[in-house]
Design a protein around this ligand. Structure first.
Ligand code: SF4
Length: 172
């Protein structure tokens, strides 16, 4: 079974790969993340993903970085995370259908910072609409990973701002 996996970062890729490789899936990664800002951050995450993918011999599909697609998708900023997940999941489902994969998924399911229920629901809805199965990984490893760049904020400008506010400006 060939699975196209939307890949948000190296750490999560490693976690889901371990789960799927045990089940004999052939994993291909799809680094579609127009939400990541600034460009230097995008490049750092991409470099880490390339490193891990090379080590694990995972083929990667890497479209151009187009932040405009993210800003258009989250228009008004209300419910921005759900819109952000939806954008990335739907693009992955389209790619999976167009490139004749057996199924698709996302490494967002490896992150405890994201809403797993909502992401699964978005994946199933996109899969049903486009006729490609959305897969969820089995038990993922909790082992700490190291040796590559790890981000300290979710990805978008707002999440960076929120992280700085938490770190430097929250005082009693
Ligand atoms: S906080 Fe994370 S999930 Fe939410 S909009 Fe920003 S990058 Fe996307």
């Amino acid at each position: 079974m060939r699975i196209l996996v939307h890949t948000c970062c190296a750490d999560c890729l490693l976690k889901v790969w371990k789960s799927w490789s045990k089940e004999s899936f052939e994993v291909v990664g799809y680094f579609y993340n127009p939400n990541i800002h600034p460009r230097s951050e995008y490049q750092s995450r991409l470099a880490a993903v390339r490193e891990v993918a090379k080590e694990l011999e995972i083929e990667m599909i890497i479209p151009d970085w187009r932040p405009k697609e993210f800003f258009e998708a989250i228009e008004g900023n209300k419910g921005r995370c759900e819109k952000c997940w939806k954008l990335r999941i739907e693009k992955t489902a389209e790619q999976a259908r167009n490139k004749h994969f057996d199924c698709f998924s996302t490494t967002l399911l490896a992150s405890k910072h994201q809403d797993q229920k909502k992401i699964t629901c978005l994946g199933k809805t996109a899969g049903n609409r486009l006729g490609v199965k959305f897969e969820t990984p089995g038990k993922m490893t909790d082992e700490p990973t190291s040796g590559f760049y790890k981000q300290f904020f979710c990805g978008c400008v707002d999440s960076l701002k929120e992280r700085f506010e938490e770190k430097y400006y929250t005082r009693d």
